[in-house]
Design a protein around this ligand. Structure first.
Ligand code: PNS
Length: 162
């Protein structure tokens, strides 16, 4: 019996979108257990729409049907969190060429810091390639309908907030 393959799916998830959910669920085709990991730094928290606790709670609710997806939060370096939980695979979504430069730089830097780490880049379903958490925040805060971009646990919180 081989060891279970554990991967981290890190991000700000402010809030979780259907694009994030799509990537997480797709990754279960080759990962045994996925830890959706909310990154937070004390200095950035006041710029967030949702607190870490709210983001963890909405992600937990969104994946309540999927026992292979866990939710965690971490501060500090991603590589340190990966070492702590014993994961050497990190999943990231790539929507368009505009994501590439930042992701490529981060992947190479993370590898410098943790040579055993493998970053796996996944494309979401076509209908989510234009979707971003920042646009969802903006649309919701201006009173727009975000029901096609986020799942019910996220939508409820956005409605309560705006
Ligand atoms: O959803 P985001 O904001 O694009 O996610 C970026 C994230 C959280 C994955 C990245 O900022 C990160 O890994 N932060 C943790 C701190 C860290 O390790 N920084 C060094 C990156 S090379």
């Amino acid at each position: 019996m081989t060891d279970a393959r554990v991967a981290i799916y890190p991000g700000s998830f402010d809030p979780l979108t259907l694009g994030h959910e799509d990537i997480a669920r797709r990754s279960l085709k080759f990962v045994d257990r996925l830890i959706v990991s909310v990154a937070h730094q004390p200095t950035q928290e006041k710029t967030r729409m949702f607190s870490v606790e709210e983001r963890v709670a909405m992600i937990r609710e969104a994946f309540a049907d999927e026992p292979r997806i866990d939710v965690a939060d971490f501060n500090g370096l991603l590589v340190d969190f990966c070492r702590k939980v014993g994961a050497n695979v990190v999943i990231r979504g790539l929507r368009a060429a505009s994501d590439f430069e930042y992701e490529f730089q981060m992947a190479l830097m993370n590898r410098e810091l943790y040579p055993d780490l493998e970053m796996v880049f996944m494309t979401p379903a076509g209908e989510y390639t234009f979707l971003s958490a920042s646009l969802v925040r903006e649309i919701a805060s201006l009173g727009g309908d975000v029901s096609q971009f986020v799942s019910a646990p996220v939508r409820r919180r956005l409605e309560a907030r705006t």
